[in-house]
Design a protein around this ligand. Structure first.
Ligand code: GLN
Length: 475
């Protein structure tokens, strides 16, 4: 079988179970594409060629020595994936895209990568990102910028840009990213993959280099919504090492996705998300997605949500404040390089955060931002009394050209203004490709209330069954 690297998780699992190919063959197929394409695309900071093959061989041994039931214990057995480089991996360099952590080899494993390891997944390597996840293009990576596989002159989005590029270039079967204010959905939208931002607290943050701890949410970037459910099933749940993880559980992914019915579904269309400056073609594609839902029996209801511009101010203040305290631990003494290694963006954010938190300014900035955050949360709660989900564009435009962000110091926030409100409120959301503008992918996001992952993924799955935008690949 050729092109094994192009398979989805669902297809790869079926092939492995039926012994049509081995995990070693599957892993080699991914490594070959990485070798072939990544010199140009630069999605990976670290490629784990030998250890990936070793893990794949172990998986093959398990598969051949035990019955197919082994997949019940290890639901991702033999599936090769890529992890964003802010997930601590024991014995494997973890840089968070920064010079500060260049050469840092963590002595412990993040819960996310541990769970994937326990589930039998094969780690191919660590992907590029904006340093400490500050940014929306990977141009803030201290090492290099990743290219968008659709057009090498454009950025893949960020901060999980390496993960998104790796998925759409079929260098892996799936990837892991993290979102604080758009960093999964944004790059997924610009690269044309599916990207799930889970509810805050659904997936453990333990061992993820912290950005803003009150919104950080790890999640999958995949080729389909069903695949996202496969990964979520492994990642979700209470973790004693992260006190903010929720015990809410009992979801039977991905099987429960098929039970989601679009008939009678109440779909909120937030006016303010369509009234901002959207690039030509974006609203049209997202409206096409809404039309699909309507044709399937859903009811589209116009709703008013607070203008997303308020969330930019709230996000900027809270995120900077949390950054200034989270990045204080990198003192250059216990581990990592010294503080002179911080890049310009991280310095700017720490300074602003320290200012917002300092005596005399705290009430005016940080405390006020927290109050408006509550208003944003209540705004969503109010709307979710009337509708089941909300649908809007994920990004205001298609992937931007490299260098274009340089003129705008608030580029990240402006690009992520449609995803920041829901991350601030801790909601879940998935982005799916819904068409193309200027030959580049356009994403629509389905936002759901807390713990409604099955619903948003089920809707995405229904759409992907009827369309093939998610199957398109760059030449
Ligand atoms: N663009 C936002 C920022 O720069 C989002 C980053 C993120 O979600 N990690 O802060």
């Amino acid at each position: 079988m050729s092109d094994l690297n192009k398979l989805t998780i669902t297809q790869a699992l079926s092939g492995l179970k039926n012994k049509e190919f081995t995990s070693e063959e599957l892993t080699r197929a991914c490594l070959d594409v990485i070798e072939d394409k990544d010199l140009t695309i630069k999605a990976f900071i670290t490629v784990l060629h030998d250890s990936a093959l070793e893990q794949a061989k172990q998986a093959d041994k398990l598969i051949s020595s035990r019955e197919v039931e082994v997949f019940n214990d290890k639901p991702l057995l033999g599936i090769p994936y890529a992890a964003k480089d802010n997930f601590c991996t024991k014995g494997i360099e973890t840089t968070a895209g920064s010079q500060v952590l260049k050469d840092f080899v963590p002595p412990y494993e993040s819960t996310v990568t541990q769970r994937l390891k326990d589930a039998g997944a094969v780690l191919l390597g660590k992907t590029n990102m904006d340093a400490f996840a500050h940014g929306s293009s990977t141009e803030e990576s201290d090492f290099f910028t990743t290219k968008n596989p659709w057009d090498y002159a454009r950025v893949p989005g960020g901060s999980s840009g390496g993960s998104a590029a790796a998925v759409i270039a079929d260098m892996c079967i799936f990837a892991i990213g993290s979102e604080t204010g758009g960093s999964i959905r944004g790059p997924a939208s610009w690269c044309g993959t599916t990207g799930l931002k889970p509810t805050y607290g659904r997936v453990s943050r333990y061992g993820v280099i912290a950005m803003a701890s009150s919104t950080d949410s790890p999640g999958p970037l995949t080729k389909t919504a069903t695949d996202a459910a496969h990964v979520l099933k492994v990642l979700a749940g209470k973790d004693p090492l992260d006190a903010t993880t929720s015990p809410v559980n009992g979801e039977n992914y991905p099987e429960n996705l098929i039970n989601v019915s679009l008939k009678g579904l109440k779909v909120g269309k937030p006016r303010s998300y369509f009234e901002i400056d959207l690039q030509e073609g974006v609203a049209e594609k997202v409206n096409g997605f809404l039309k699909f839902l309507e044709n399937e029996g859903a009811e589209i209801i116009n709703v008013d949500l607070l203008d997303p511009k308020y969330s930019i101010a709230v996000y900027t203040l809270l995120q900077r404040s949390e950054v200034s305290s989270n990045l204080a631990r990198f003192d250059g003494i216990r581990y990592g390089n010294d503080r002179d290694s911080f890049g310009f963006e991280a310095r700017k954010r720490m300074m602003l955060g320290a200012y917002a938190l300092s005596a005399g300014y705290y009430d005016e900035y940080y405390a006020k931002a927290q109050k408006v955050r509550t208003l944003l949360v209540e705004d969503f709660d109010r709307v979710f009394n009337r509708v089941d989900i909300l649908v809007g564009p994920t990004m205001p435009c298609v992937a931007m050209r490299m260098g274009e962000s340089a003129e705008n110091p608030m580029f990240g926030e402006m690009m992520d203004k449609l995803t920041e409100p829901s991350t601030i409120a801790g909601l879940t959301g998935v982005t799916v490709p819904v068409g193309f503008a200027e030959d580049l992918p356009v994403g629509a996001q389905i936002m759901g209330n807390r713990f409604r992952e099955s619903l948003v993924l089920g809707i995405a799955n229904a759409y992907q069954k009827a369309t093939n935008f998610h199957e398109r690949r760059p030449e």
